[in-house]
Design a protein around this ligand. Structure first.
Ligand code: ZN
Length: 262
């Protein structure tokens, strides 16, 4: 990648590139940088058929009749878990079981980049475990994961089968009988600190941040993205994002397709 004397020079250079030249610039950036990090949102998993939460075709629009009287965010909130525990697990089991879902081209491309030493780590808002399933190792799940569950009293850990296949309306700890809950950040809860702290470290160290599948409107991914002060910002998202104007390279295309072409 050529050296730029000013931000303006850099901006003008990237602005004039054709789609093909942009791909080459992306490859050059990954070769040049030491700490490239990927920050991904729901759009990474939608290509595997997992609905996101808020969009027009999202999970909340698809919920069955019996849930319609509830505010959709309530069904995945800490209030619901506490007050309407059976309802919470009923909804959770029907809608968040990703055990049979397979990773897509984006997940596999990111896993390859990490293996080749061109990507340091992944920060994801998704809770489906698909990055690890595709072979990625350094994955910071800032909203937790449906694959891990724990007893609220003794903290004994349980796998996804335990919650999704449990015959009891509310899954109970085999040691102490208290509720077993998913290690997922519900609405109304704070983020799991180890994953968020690790994510923050990754962003602070990054000299290249690749953002994919999130509009960066709200939430933790947006916060992290704004903390990035490294050299290159790359965005892959079909729609515009809050940081599109600040990015060096913008691909308004499928994440799997763009990453797969690296
Ligand atoms: Zn227990």
């Amino acid at each position: 990648m050529k050296e730029f004397r000013t931000e303006r020079e850099k901006h003008n250079f990237f602005n004039r590139l054709s789609e093909e030249q942009k791909m080459q610039a992306f490859r050059d950036i990954l070769d040049e940088t030491e700490h490239a990090v990927f920050l991904g949102g729901a759009g990474v998993s939608t290509e595997s058929g997992i609905p996101d939460f808020r969009s027009k075709n999202g999970l909340y629009r698809k919920t069955g009749k019996k849930y319609r009287k509830y505010n959709p965010e309530y069904l995945l909130s800490s209030d619901c878990l506490r007050r309407d525990t059976k309802l919470f697990f009923e909804y959770y089991r029907e809608n968040l079981d990703a055990r049979a879902v397979e990773p897509n081209a984006a997940h596999y491309a990111l896993a390859s980049l990490e293996k080749e030493g061109r990507l340091e780590g992944i920060i994801t808002q998704n809770i489906d475990g698909l990055h690890q399933k595709a072979g990625s190792r350094n994955v910071q799940e800032i909203h937790g994961t449906t694959l891990r569950n724990y007893c609220v009293f003794c903290r004994k850990e349980y796998d996804a089968d335990f919650i999704f296949d449990s015959p009891d309306p509310v899954p109970r700890c085999t040691e102490c009988g208290e509720m077993v809950r998913p290690d997922v950040t519900l609405y109304g809860e704070v983020l799991p600190s180890p994953a968020y702290d690790n994510a923050l470290d990754l962003v602070n160290r990054a000299d290249c941040l690749i953002i994919g599948g999130t509009s960066l409107e709200v939430g933790s991914a947006a916060q992290l993205a704004h903390k990035f002060h490294g050299k290159y910002l790359i965005i892959i998202n079909k729609g515009r994002t809050r940081l599109t104007g600040k990015a060096d390279l913008v691909f308004r295309d499928s994440i799997g397709k763009v990453l797969g072409a690296l």
